[in-house]
Ligand binder design. Structure first.
Ligand code: DOR
Ligand code: ZN
Length: 441
């Protein structure tokens, strides 16, 4: 007799699509079998069950920018999106780039977290001070090769190389925001000179070349230093070409794409306004096509939301001053399920890119697969139920989505975290404390 059984789940188990019961005790998966008995059951007979999703790229804004988002609102948004673990970026205020700021962030987040999590350490001129004790407390390093929200830009090639060396020395993954600052500055200057500086030119200012120059550079550094590289949010076809070549040469690295790059194009940005201003920019239809092809051919390892909330006031101003970034953690899976219904992606690719690969690449023990001994984290979806994205049903503090008004087929119905039903039919119904993967205890 199990504490909880998910009945008649359609899910991926040991690499195969199966129908099974899943037994849960003390927050862990304890049995996977045809028929199990339990004190409590959740009927999944007409549903599809994913392990809780892992979002390796979020900006939850603590410390320092809590008016945009905090871990209570972000945690609820995560559960709404079927996400039970996140890795949070270091472009906070202050930026998280040493032991002192990391400790501050650990203390600020510990109480409020209702999902599991880890933090990146930002690369700055302090990167040489990294020691084993601090390295153990982080998910990886984050290197900003181009300027964006926050003050973590590293333009100096010597320091960029140093970041790769340090990552290799401590065996830590190095996640890279791949936009080349020099190319970007040239583009900005020429855009201003020719009167082509504004939102409708954002994808030309931050074009596929800006990204490709940085990706090429990052791949070369990864090869030379043997650091494990993760290329965040690939957005353009030139970048995809480079990734394809490097993977063919068997260089070990990973890459991610975001929902906004998969589901929007530059034309949409013109109608949506600055709410769709984001770095890297949303590019052309052809670029988007290259992302989908790469995703479906197995070239992309991870789908990451890059959840980057800003208030509408911070968006409703002129282009130059409008904050860049899009919230996305709670709309990511619904968009993907709708894409599945439109035959644009398979459930296996969603499972691989949102669950299995993130856990494997970032070494998140007990996550990403339905497996005995793993955490009992599940996202139960109704593949046929239709919903309309509306700001009133979002939990993110910023309260908006560029996908507002879209009708999507496929819906997150329930999210179970550590064996407890936490999100059910649009509501948060329980709170379980989340833990930091990289801090003991
Ligand atoms: O558009 C962006 N917003 N790109 C980033 O790299 C950072 C993010 C944010 O933190 O707002
Ligand atoms: Zn980001």
């Amino acid at each position: 007799m199990h504490e909880l059984v998910l009945k008649a789940c359609k899910t991926f188990y040991r690499g195969r699509l199966v129908r099974c019961d899943i037994g849960v005790d003390s927050g862990k998966i304890t049995a996977v079998a045809k028929r199990l008995s339990a004190e409590h059951t959740i009927d999944c007979s007409h549903k599809f069950v994913f392990p809780g999703l892992i979002d390796v790229h979020v900006h939850f804004r603590v410390p320092g920018n809590e008016w945009k988002e905090d871990w209570k609102t972000a945690g609820m948004a995560a559960l709404h999106g079927g996400v039970t673990a996140v890795l949070d970026m270091p472009n906070n205020r202050p930026a998280i780039c040493d032991e002192k700021t990391l400790s501050l962030k650990e203390r600020s987040v510990a109480k409020a977290a209702c999902i599991d999590y880890g933090f990146y350490l930002g690369v700055s001129d302090k990167i040489n001070e990294l020691n084993e004790r601090v390295a153990q407390r982080i998910a990886g390093l984050k290197l900003y090769m181009g300027a964006t929200t926050g003050d973590l830009l590293v333009k100096d090639p010597v320091l960029q190389r140093e970041a790769f060396n340090v990552a290799a020395r401590f065996g830590k993954l190095l996640a890279v925001h791949a936009e080349d600052q020099c190319t970007l500055e040239q583009n900005i200057a020429s855009a201003k000179r020719t009167g082509r500086y504004g939102l409708r030119y954002h994808h030309k200012i931050r074009n596929a070349k800006v990204e490709a120059v940085a990706i090429k550079n990052a791949l070369a550094l990864a090869k030379q230093t043997q650091a494990f590289l993760h290329i965040c949010h690939v957005s353009g076809s030139l970048g995809i070409e480079l990734i394809k070549e490097a993977k063919a040469k068997r260089l070990a690295f990973s890459c991610g794409v975001t929902p906004h790059h998969l589901f929007l194009i530059n034309r949409d940005v013109e109608t949506l306004g600055n709410v769709a201003k984001v770095n890297p920019s949303i590019k052309t239809k052809q670029d988007r096509k290259a992302l989908w092809q790469a995703l479906n051919s197995g070239l992309i390892d991870i789908i990451e939301s890059d959840h980057a909330p800003h208030t509408l006031e911070e968006k409703q101003c002129e282009y130059e001053n409008a904050c860049s970034g899009i919230p996305g953690i709670e709309t990511m899976l619904p968009l993907l399920l709708d894409a599945y219904n439109r035959k644009l992606i398979s459930l296996k690719t969603i499972f691989d890119c949102c669950c299995r690969n993130p856990a494997r690449i970032f070494c998140l023990k007990g996550k990403g697969e339905i497996k005995i001994g793993n955490d009992a984290d599940f996202c139960i979806v109704d593949l046929k139920r239709e919903q309309r994205i509306g700001s009133e049903s979002l939990f993110t503090k910023c309260g908006w989505s560029p996908f507002e008004g879209r009708r999507l087929k496929g819906c997150v119905e329930k999210t179970v975290f550590k064996g407890v039903l936490c999100f059910d039919d649009g509501q948060i119904v329980a709170h379980v404390k989340g833990k930091n993967f990289f801090v003991g205890g």
